[in-house]
Design a binder for this molecule. Structure first.
Ligand code: DGI
Ligand code: FE
Ligand code: FE
Length: 188
């Protein structure tokens, strides 16, 4: 599938604001793919589809998580986490994307996962730093992303954990597992 087709499909699923965010993620993911030597076409498609399920009704997402045997602990945490794995499922089912690397990058774009692939990292980070984002700390992560993908990723996860903690929100364990797997990478 080419990018234009993907964007046409995804546009119907999103608000205009979320579609503009998606375009920003595509642009950023392509730049990161070029910089870090990932497959540009896969980065484009994963970015285009990453928020495909963002506006699906919660009941529909809950049912998919149960019926498709996804990690059931998702049901006990913030519903914001659900659109990532449900998106991977629906992008395969409804848009016919079968590439496992693309589907995994969509599946793990919110929580991350231990041992993230290069494509997973690029989509996670592009989602965080695309030009439309303007929350505190994003500029520092943009600068880190130009120097070191893992350092940028670690900082963005730290920011997210701190943000959630300040709001007294629970934190999905995979977010911590992802963080731990990145900080224990040996530098030398
Ligand atoms: O879908 P987006 O808004 O573009 O971004 P996203 O898929 O990264 O979703 C981020 C939202 O998920 C943000 O509001 C924080 C929320 N969230 C809730 N619990 C967790 C969480 N994010 C992470 N990484 N870990 C959590 O445990
Ligand atoms: Fe998302
Ligand atoms: Fe997003």
């Amino acid at each position: 599938m080419n990018l234009d087709t993907a964007l046409k499909i995804v546009k119907e699923q999103l608000t205009e604001h979320r579609y503009q965010h998606t375009l920003g993620v595509v642009e950023t993911a392509v730049a990161l793919a070029e910089q870090y030597g990932a497959d540009k076409k896969k980065a484009e498609l994963a970015a285009a589809f990453h928020d495909y399920a963002k506006f699906r009704p919660k009941d529909e997402m809950r049912e998919i998580i149960i019926k498709q045997d996804m990690p059931q602990d998702l049901l006990n945490y913030n519903t914001e986490l659900w659109h990532a794995p449900v998106g991977a499922f629906l992008v395969e089912k409804e848009a016919g994307v079968t590439d496992v690397e693309i589907l995994d990058a969509i599946r793990y774009h919110t929580s991350g996962r231990p041992g993230m692939t290069l494509l997973d990292k690029i989509i996670y980070l592009a989602d965080y730093i695309e030009p439309g984002r303007n929350f505190p700390g994003v500029e520092e992560v943009r600068i880190l992303a130009k120097e070191d993908l893992n350092k940028a990723l670690i900082r963005s996860i730290q920011n997210t954990i701190i943000f959630l903690m300040k709001k007294n929100q629970p934190i999905y364990p995979d977010t911590f597992l992802t963080y731990n797997s990145l900080v224990t990478i040996k530098e030398d």
